[in-house]
Design a protein around this ligand. Sequence first.
Ligand code: NAD
Length: 303
Amino acid sequence: MNTINNNSIYDNNKDSLSNSKYIMNDGKGFSKKISNEVRGKRFKDKFAVITGAKGDFGRVCSERIAEEGGNLILWDLHPMDEIINDLKNKFHNQIFQSSVLDICKEEDVLEATEKAYHDFQKIDLLFNNAGYQGDFKNTLEYTTHDFQKIININVVGAFIVMREIGKIMKEQKPQGGSIVNTASMAGIGAPPNMVAYASSKAAVKHMSVIASKDLAEFNIRVNSISPAFIGPGFMWTRQVELQAKAGSQFFSSDPNEVAKQMINDVPMKRYGTIDEVINPVLFLLSDESSYITGTDIKITGGI
Ligand SMILES: NC(=O)c1ccc[n+]([C@@H]2O[C@H](COP(=O)([O-])OP(=O)(O)OC[C@H]3O[C@@H](n4cnc5c(N)ncnc54)[C@H](O)[C@@H]3O)[C@@H](O)[C@H]2O)c1
């Protein structure tokens, strides 16, 4: 009978990864190991900036970070007094602040960033999430004005916010932070009639990877999320209705049919909930993902 001689295929002395020659010196490299969070209170004593805070993702993310002990600095084009009051009523010992601003206006972002740093001396987390979907039209009918508006908000505005908050994360002591940029499955799947939005979100995904490399030496992690069909909510309804109106060969002109067509493409045969988007966002923001940077998480039900 033939017997397998294990030593011939794996020599423990020569090949074992536990052999001391493979052990890296602890403390080498510029990125610190982080593992000091309390489970269930992942954001205790942290300060988080959330853009697009008045919108569907922003509101849920704010509430979820607050539930886990975090303090919040909320930014949006629209006043957030109701959200702030609601948070203050529910979470008495945390700090909640909001600024009405346009992320495309560099001076406004600078001013709000300086105010946050002045007031709290640190910003640990950024959910860089404000965004605009734009028109749904054939590429040949897409206006330069709308294309520029979308790129300005989704790419240039998101870049300005990431850069300015990144500077604070670099400057503060201890140095570091976690940034999550909101991209979209549109940036990967390239749906018809969305030439500007899909291009802008591809740029957000790419920008996140580059920033993850540039900011790693400052102990700042940068990741992105790419959600697909998420509902119910403003963007889901808007895209169903506008794809129906766009009159393309790809979608029906009846919004109900469009909704079915979209969901039929999803292996899980349903849209995702906003909480199902925010769960991975919180994971990426928290120390649970302390060795993850430059990654995009697709939140798509399998597309
Ligand atoms: N909901 C979805 O199905 C879905 C899917 C993929 C990606 N996304 C992306 O997720 C993000 C949030 O989406 P949502 O569903 O919460 O949308 P939403 O429309 O409910 O919220 C977006 C928020 O961003 C704010 N905003 C827009 N332009 C701004 C600007 N220039 N300055 C400051 N604030 C601005 C708006 O006022 C709004 O409150 C967006 O970037 C969107 O593109 C959404």
